[in-house]
Design a protein around this ligand. Structure first.
Ligand code: CA
Length: 232
């Protein structure tokens, strides 16, 4: 699926054969996969990489999948990452408990790969508006994703490819605060060796282009941390 080709999946699973099966199928579909073999590693990975989605096994040693999910949902940095719980149990109470912890969906083992992939895509589509939508807006700011066109009120804005990606990314979650590390990671890509100041340079260019319309610059600087799309 080309629209999710850049999506990053964190798999938290302690059983190697299960992990291999999941990673193999996800990578075959073009996803980029990070692996964690227990709950603690899963929590660390989630904060380091900020995946687009987490597949979380229910039965993990030490820290259970439920507890991992609770902790993910409690932390600001990871609370919005969609989580699909993988569970071997199918009882109704367990299902409810799974969703009570903030999990976005659950899959009962043994699952079919086709079903799992469909769930992953559906969950990503709900969580990442830009992959399903043709346009994104924030106040008078409007991005036509199909035509790669940005307008602010009546004015059309010309942006470089990086500024465009940056704006689309910020528009997906207005008000959400992103650190410069997270922006570098999400907008430039996981393996980029780029200096953090590059983020400031491109945010600066984006702001300049937006301000040229004579309107307010909607990008907010969070001193010593990062940026968000927010005009108050
Ligand atoms: Ca397990």
């Amino acid at each position: 699926m080309s629209d999710f080709s850049a999506a990053r999946v964190l798999v938290v699973e302690d059983e190697p054969p299960q992990m291999e099966l999941l990673a193999y199928n996800l990578e075959k579909e073009g996803f980029s996969v990070s692996r964690a073999i227990d709950g603690e590693e899963g929590l660390l990975c989630a904060e380091e990489v900020i995946p687009d989605i987490i597949l979380l096994d229910w039965m993990l040693p030490n820290l259970s999948g439920i507890e991992v999910c609770r902790q993910l949902k409690r932390k600001k940095e990871t609370s919005e990452i969609p989580v699909i719980m993988l569970t071997a149990r199918g009882e109704e109470t367990d299902r409810v408990r799974g969703l009570d912890t903030g999990a976005d969906d659950y899959i009962v083992k043994p699952y079919s790969v086709t079903e799992l992939m469909a769930r992953v895509r559906a969950t990503l589509r709900r969580a990442r508006p830009s992959t399903a939508k043709q346009s994104l807006s924030y106040g008078e700011l409007h991005v036509d994703l199909e035509r790669h066109r940005v307008t602010y009120g009546e004015d059309t804005i010309k942006l470089g490819p990086t500024e465009f990606r940056l704006l689309v990314f910020l528009l997906e979650k207005p008000g959400r605060v992103w650190s410069r590390e997270q922006l570098l990671d999400r907008v430039w890509g996981m393996n980029s060796d780029i200096d953090l100041r590059t983020v400031d340079v491109h945010v600066g260019r984006l702001r300049k282009a937006l301000k040229q319309t004579g309107k307010t610059d909607p990008v907010r600087t969070i001193r010593g941390f990062g940026y968000s799309l927010d005009d108050d």
